[in-house]
Design a protein around this ligand. Structure first.
Ligand code: PMP
Length: 403
């Protein structure tokens, strides 16, 4: 059975992380994997998460019974409310609900399966931004989509959004195609549409009758305020657009390996919800039957308690503040070294990632010569920068650009 099977290429970001972990040089720096790091380069367990977890573990009534197929309701409700906003029409009119998922990736897969097998007359063509998080393509192809098309997003010349290209490409899309849009803190470019630009995007989505799959993996990381970061999602709601949105709690709760996610569904007709839930039940049942409980219990405990929610918002400020500070510091050092080119984009971009504009060759140079690990696209996780390693990193980038 197995002799004829060849190998697939490795997944770059995980391969890179392994190379980083295996590297024994103390000077090594990880700018690869998308996880928050403290100034000491260490993972951070959010204090509010620790506190909530302690209460859950010590609760004598806690057990390991199965969750319902669609997940822990106190969690899915809280996650959905955090996204669409308690004051939104969709929430008030009970037109929004959530399905618990295996983190953001699992939410996208539920969305892809649902669109592919349940929603009538979908073209099975999905539009993804160029560039995007590389897993979007694979997820939709494995769910039975026939074609993945890219819409223009990144303008390398101006190191910003190519709105005209984006709108043109979506305009040319066949009706009833699917379009994936990053809700905030676009990965990998760190460039989001402005509110005015979102309005144009929503216009073309409506006009071409495209089905939006929003991807919200970084709510809170763009501006430091989870409500402000949900602006685009809430704008879709306000315009009466039906959509699904994949939410990840990996980054904003630091719950990476707990795999906590939610697929929010917004419908214009609350009467459709029982049928939608029954269909989504089949999708989940046929994938993994029901989700894990631990991480969802933690997020639920935090989001359903105003005091804990405030503490969590403070942690979001800490994380997004550090990212912002490190962008500024790296730019300052590169400019002080008179590194050729403009480095303004480092501070114009937002969120966890900076799209540096470094070439594949320059990235390889940083890895091979300076033990600085980053993706070949030139994407860096700004959390990997610290006041202790910024001189090393900036000098290495200077060398990479000038040799
Ligand atoms: N979407 C985007 C754009 C992402 O960057 C990520 C995380 N790298 C995800 C979804 C999903 O991540 P997770 O499954 O860990 O929640």
């Amino acid at each position: 059975w197995f002799d004829e099977i060849g190998a697939q290429p490795p997944i770059e970001v995980f391969e890179m992380n392994k190379a980083f972990l295996d590297d024994t040089d103390p000077i090594k720096v990880s700018l690869g994997i998308g996880a928050f790091r403290t100034e000491e380069g260490k993972p951070w367990v959010l204090p509010v998460v620790k506190q909530a977890e302690k209460a859950i573990v010590e609760d004598p009534a806690m057990n390991f019974e199965y969750l319902p197929i669609l997940g822990l309701e106190s969690f899915t409700n809280a996650a959905t409310r955090m996204l669409v906003g308690a004051d939104s029409a969709a929430w008030q009119e009970k037109r929004a609900f959530g399905v618990q998922s295996i983190s953001g990736t699992g939410a996208l897969r539920i969305a892809a399966d649902f669109l592919s097998t349940v929603v009538p007359n979908i073209t099975k063509i999905v539009y993804i931004s160029n560039p995007t998080w590389e897993n979007h393509r694979l997820l939709f192809l494995l769910a039975g989509f026939n074609e993945v098309r890219e819409y223009r997003y990144w303008d390398a010349q101006k190191r910003g959004l190519d709105l005209q290209g984006l709108v043109e490409d979506l305009h040319a899309a066949p009706e009833r195609s699917v379009v994936i849009l990053h809700a905030c803190a676009h990965n990998p470019t760190g460039v989001d549409p402005t509110q005015e630009q979102w309005k144009k995007i929503v216009e073309v989505v409506k006009e071409r009758k495209l089905f939006p799959v929003l991807d919200s993996a970084y709510q809170g990381f763009a501006s430091g305020d989870p409500d402000a970061d949900a602006w685009a999602v809430r704008y879709f709601v306000s315009q009466g657009v039906e959509f699904v949105c994949a939410q990840s709690f990996a980054k904003n709760f630091g719950l990476y390996n707990q795999r906590v996610g939610n697929l929010t569904v917004v419908t214009n007709n609350a009467a459709t919800i029982p049928n939608l839930k029954s269909q989504l039940t089949i999708v989940v049942r046929g994938n993994y039957s029901n989700p894990p409980a631990h991480g969802a219990r933690i997020v639920s405990a935090v989001l359903n308690d105003p005091t804990l929610t405030e503490q969590w918002k403070g942690h979001i400020q800490t994380m997004s503040g550090r990212m912002k500070a490190m962008r500024g510091l790296l730019r300052e050092k590169l400019e002080a070294l008179k590194t050729p080119g403009s480095w303004k984009h480092l501070t114009d971009q937002i969120g966890m990632f900076a799209y540096t504009g470094l070439t594949v060759k320059q990235c390889q140079f940083l890895i091979d010569r300076h033990h600085i690990y980053l993706l070949k696209s030139g994407r860096i996780n700004v959390c990997g920068i610290s006041p202790k390693n910024v001189d090393h990193v900036s000098k290495a980038i200077y060398e990479a650009v000038t040799t």
